[in-house]
Structures are given as structure tokens and as C-alpha cells.
Write a protein that binds this ligand. Structure first.
Ligand SMILES: [Fe+2]
Length: 472
């Protein structure tokens, strides 16, 4: 008894020293937020084989495949319907009718093909249907004259300040088994996203020899189960660039621009890589990390004229989508977004952007509201500081693509980083009214309703109160 108590005293003291050392070291090193203790088992991330059922094609001659929709105008009264036929061009007509009406209407689209390396695309159809009623369920059919397929979507409510609306967030999706898990989790999420804000890097076809564009086709068949029924708002990422001068292609983005149309002209943009839409109570600005953005460039000029147009009394929520994040404390793609941040961050603070969603880094991270706009090279002020007029920056490039997870983080966690975790998942931005929106991030390894990170957003224009205490 005596000997055991005498031997326990030194070990207790040693234990106390270790605990003290740990506390001190964490105080020195961890001046940032939370790095999740959840460590995902590292497994190889592989693309699903081309004969997987998720890539399956309905039977029938010249059957429409890869059906997808996106918003087709600035306010949500139009939809662009796109699809591919393989046997012959067939019809570019869309038949559509509202739930309350039996009378079918018809819209006429256009068809085109493209070549890339040794690949020739199917017949790609795009058809805008316009003058739709707000907040109405529509059915639509494509494949007129051959094999018809029927889908449906619901138009958003009329643009207005207190209109609730629920956006899903997905980035860097690809077509692996993890990608399928992410999409399934999004579909099964009880918060029920009504529109996906997609932050770039779609198919990862460019990871294959000759950018095998068969993988653009398979990707579009994989996501059809969601994007044929609700719009996905597209952002271009680096895997959309497909720059191939060796085959005489002098312009980037060829497969992407042939397959995915966006309503860029409706916001006076001159290119499909940067544009804006209004949807319910949100004003969404899409930017291109891979188009020129310096002073005097078309994108710069457009954004400069665009931001003053946002009327927060009409659309309180100002959301920006881009591919390469400005605030990223992972080792991967570290500081890639820095030059764009230098150009545009003062505007984001001036115009009180609520939240910026980006992808590119294959992990999850949420920032505090910070800005680094005081920095001017010579003044020595180069640490991001808390700023309640600044956006929250969220990296959601965790869709599950073939390149796998980004697990290496810079240490210590910087003060601006509120939460970070190397897991695959998706997020939901659920707007309640002009002042409040509930945000949640869901990792694939949990049940569909589990929130691994969440936060109440307070609108920067109507309720600019520090909400950091609401994050979990
Ligand atoms: Fe990327």
C-alpha cells in the first residue's frame, strides 16, 4: 500500500506537467477555431465503372439522356432544359405544362455537336422555356418524335425580401463512389434543397487520357436524377478549362460551354463564366477564378457595375460563388485565390456580401467574418482581422472526386478559420426571412440528417450582428 502510494506521487506530478505543457502549447499554437477530431479513414477514391447502374441509359431509339436544367433568366421565370441524343439529332422541342393546366406548350431549342481529340459528342440540345409562373410545378417532356421522357420542376417564388428558400451546396463532385454518396446524402437530406449552387469541377474527365469526354457523358447521366428535377447553378472550375492547344484548340472551356448553358446575357455579362441571378430572396453572383479578373478586364468591369445594382430591400441575401477559395488553411491550393482576393475583397466588404462559397480544396472549411483589406504591401498590416461587414468564406470542395481528400492542413490553424475537416459532404443554406438563414454541413459518413457543422447566419444588411456564437 505504502510503496504503491509513494510510486504514484511522481507519476501524478509527471502527468500534471504533461497536462500543463499540453495546455500551454495549445494556447500558443491553436489561436484559430476548431479542427475537427473526426478523421476519416483514408481509402482510395476511384471512379465508378462505366457500366455502373448510376450511368444507366433508359431504353428506346434516340432516347434523351443527360437531362439537366438551370435557371434561364435573371429572376426565375425561365428554365434552360438541356439533353443529349445519340442516334440522330431528333427534335429540340420541349413540351411543358403547369400542374394546374392540361394545355401543353411547346418551346424550340437548338442542337449542336463538338469534337475534342478523338471524341465526337452526341447531339446536344438546349432549349429555354420562358414566361413561366412563379412558384408553380411544371412537367416537361423531351424526345419528341422518338422516345419521350417526362420530368418536372418547381419554379421559385417571386423575388422578394422575405421569401424562404433552400439552397444545396455541392462542389468538386466527380463520379466516384464517394460522389454517389454525396449526391445521395443531398437528395435524402430532410432539409430538402430546392436548387443546387454548384461551385465548380464537374466531371473530372480531364483526368483521363485525351480528356476522355465519354466521362462528361457518364457524369451527366449520373447527376440527371437530381438536375433534371431542380436547377443546378453552374460555376466553372479548373477541371472545366480543358485547354488543349496541341490539337489546335486555342480557347479553353470547350466541352463545358457546349454542354452547360447559363443565362449570362440576362445580367449583361459578356461570357458564361461570370453572371448573376436572383432567386427568391437571394442575389447570386457567379465569378470565374480562371478568367481574367484584373483591373480593366471584362469580368472586373462587369462586377464593378454589378454590385451597386443589388437591391437588398428586394434580395437581402447576397451570395457569391467561385471555384478557388480566398481563405483556405489547407496545404492544397494554398493562396491560389490570393490575387483575386486582392482585387475584389474591398468590394465584398463595401457591399456586405453575406457568404462566399468556393470549392477546389477537397475538404471542408468555414471562416470567421474577416477581412484583409487594410493590407497595402508597405504598411505591415497583413493579418486578417474580424470585420462584421465581411462575408463568411466556406470551402465546400468536398464532393468526392477521383483526386481524393485534402488532408494536410497548415498549422497552427489560423485565427480566421472557424472550423475545418477533411471529409466528403455537402451543405444546405436555408433562408428563413430577410434576417435569418440556417446553414448546415453534412458529412457523408453520418446519417442523412446529421449536422457536422452549423451556424445561424444573420443578414449583413438587415441584421449585421456578430453571429459567431451561433456556430457549432
Ligand atoms: Fe478545382
Amino acid at each position: 500500500m505504502g510503496s504503491s502510494s509513494s510510486s504514484s506521487s511522481p507519476s501524478l506530478a509527471a502527468f500534471a506537467v504533461i497536462v500543463l505543457a499540453l495546455v500551454l502549447s495549445s494556447a500558443v499554437l491553436c489561436n484559430g477555431g476548431k479542427t475537427s477530431v473526426y478523421v476519416r479513414k483514408l481509402e482510395k477514391t476511384v471512379d465508378m465503372p462505366l457500366d455502373s447502374d448510376v450511368f444507366g441509359l433508359p431504353s428506346g431509339y434516340n432516347v434523351p439522356q443527360q437531362v439537366h436544367i438551370t435557371q434561364g433568366d435573371h429572376v426565375g421565370k425561365a428554365v434552360i432544359v438541356s439533353w443529349v441524343t445519340e442516334d440522330e439529332p431528333g427534335s429540340s422541342t420541349v413540351l411543358y405544362w403547369s400542374e394546374n393546366s392540361k394545355q401543353k406548350k411547346m418551346a424550340e431549342g437548338k442542337v449542336k455537336t463538338y469534337k475534342f481529340y478523338n471524341y465526337t459528342s452526341g447531339y446536344i440540345h438546349h432549349c429555354a422555356i420562358r414566361n413561366l409562373e412563379f412558384n408553380t410545378k411544371y412537367y416537361y417532356m423531351v424526345g419528341v418524335g422518338h422516345t419521350m421522357r417526362k420530368f418536372w420542376f418547381t419554379t421559385p417564388p417571386e423575388v422578394g425580401p422575405d421569401v424562404p428558400y433552400t439552397f444545396g451546396l455541392i462542389g468538386d463532385l466527380g463520379q466516384t463512389f464517394d460522389s454517389n454518396s454525396t449526391l445521395t446524402h443531398y437528395e435524402q437530406n430532410p432539409r430538402k434543397g430546392q436548387t443546387v449552387l454548384f461551385v465548380g469541377d464537374l466531371s473530372y474527365a480531364d483526368n483521363y487520357p485525351n480528356h476522355d469526354n465519354v466521362r462528361w457523358d457518364s457524369w451527366a447521366r449520373f447527376v440527371e436524377r437530381s438536375v433534371a428535377y431542380q436547377p443546378w447553378i453552374w460555376t466553372a472550375g479548373n477541371h472545366e478549362i480543358d485547354f488543349a492547344p496541341e490539337i489546335g484548340e486555342t480557347k479553353p472551356f470547350k466541352p463545358y460551354t457546349h454542354r452547360y448553358h447559363v443565362p449570362y446575357r440576362a445580367s449583361k455579362s459578356t461570357a458564361p463564366f461570370w453572371y448573376s441571378i436572383k432567386r427568391a430572396s437571394a442575389y447570386i453572383i457567379v465569378l470565374s477564378s480562371y478568367s481574367a479578373y484584373g483591373m480593366y478586364t471584362p469580368q472586373y468591369q462587369w462586377l464593378k457595375e454589378e454590385l451597386p445594382k443589388v437591391n437588398r430591400s428586394e434580395t437581402p441575401w447576397l451570395i457569391v460563388l467561385m471555384h478557388s477559395p480566398w481563405y483556405n488553411s489547407y496545404s492544397y491550393h494554398y493562396m491560389e485565390g490570393e490575387t483575386m482576393r486582392v482585387m475584389y475583397e474591398p468590394w465584398f466588404v463595401q457591399y456586405k456580401v453575406d457568404v462566399v462559397f468556393a470549392g477546389h480544396v477537397h475538404a471542408y472549411e468555414r471562416s470567421e467574418r474577416v477581412s484583409n483589406i487594410a493590407y497595402n504591401i508597405v504598411n505591415g498590416i497583413c493579418i486578417p482581422v474580424k470585420n462584421q461587414s465581411a462575408p463568411v468564406y466556406i470551402t465546400i470542395g468536398d464532393g468526392g472526386n477521383i483526386e481524393g481528400l485534402a488532408t494536410n492542413m497548415t498549422e497552427p490553424q489560423p485565427a480566421y478559420s472557424a472550423y475545418r475537416e477533411a471529409s466528403f459532404g455537402h451543405a444546405i443554406f436555408d433562408i428563413k426571412n430577410r434576417t435569418h438563414a440556417y446553414y448546415s454541413w453534412h458529412r457523408n459518413h453520418d446519417g442523412y440528417a446529421v449536422e457536422a457543422d452549423s451556424m445561424w447566419f444573420f443578414n449583413r444588411f438587415w441584421h449585421p450582428v456578430d453571429e459567431s456564437a451561433t456556430s457549432q
